[in-house]
Design a protein around this ligand. Sequence first.
Ligand SMILES: NC(=O)c1ccc[n+]([C@@H]2O[C@H](COP(=O)([O-])OP(=O)(O)OC[C@H]3O[C@@H](n4cnc5c(N)ncnc54)[C@H](OP(=O)(O)O)[C@@H]3O)[C@@H](O)[C@H]2O)c1
Length: 268
Amino acid sequence: MSMRAEKTALVTGASSGIGAAFARLLAAEGYTPVLVARRTDRLTQVANEIRERTGTRCEVLTADLTDPKAPEWVVSQANEIVGGIDVLVNNAGLCRNETFAEAPWERAAGEIQLMVTAPTELIHRVLPHMRKRGWGRIVNISSVSALGPPGASLLYTGVKSYLLHTSQALDMELKPQGINLTALCPGQTRTEFHDVMGVREIADKMPGFMWQDADTVAAAGWKAVSKGKPVCIPGAMNGVMAYLTRPMTVNAAYSFGRKFNPFKDTAA
Ligand SMILES: NC(=O)c1ccc[n+]([C@@H]2O[C@H](COP(=O)([O-])OP(=O)(O)OC[C@H]3O[C@@H](n4cnc5c(N)ncnc54)[C@H](OP(=O)(O)O)[C@@H]3O)[C@@H](O)[C@H]2O)c1
């Protein structure tokens, strides 16, 4: 370990929800958070709250992670401002409520860039510093939907499955070097996610026991990566869901997913 006193954490999607919860938690743990998202006003609000509450330094980088140039810019800026990243939380993400065929390609490509390429590139770019120190913690926010049957919503279950599998593979490679990776797989979490998706009304009808708050989810993810657990399913309810849907055969999982897919048999 280097003698550098400051420990740092880069959190993407820190302007709300699970990302903001991670930023607060990591600041309370003594890390200097570097917050990334598109909405500067919301990032500044979270950063001010963290500074007031913990007295720690907190930095803000405004970036749109659908831009292929953003990951390199974010890490170079972070390295310049705080001198290297010790903890990376790849959290920025969203889910759309629209059909693949009707969405413009740029939107689908943006989702892949945001939730596949950007997190992968960010990991690659923070690794030199972590490997030099012989210590690092990386949390990739997947979803409980990555563990279950294929679902609706454009590319969402596909990209979240990528994050789940890639986290585990990279954890195998990097754990011997002191770098733990965890795929955090939340279920329904009270954030702005369902507003962005445009399904707030449907979400509000789901029973209370299905929901967790963002602080609980972030705490479970941080505990898991600290202990070196490669996958974290927060909450007993989500654990049961994952257990019940996982043993399905590939064909049974397809049929199950199809039953609940609102876009099935969409007329051309
Ligand atoms: N809530 C749930 O039920 C649930 C369940 C399973 C998994 N998840 C996952 O949890 C993660 C966090 O979501 P959340 O629930 O906390 O929702 P949220 O409150 O909507 O937060 C999403 C965050 O991602 C950021 N973001 C979106 N597009 C971005 C872009 N192009 N560039 C940079 N940042 C971007 C948003 O910031 P800006 O808009 O300011 O850019 C925001 O900070 C996501 O990966 C989501 O898929 C959520």
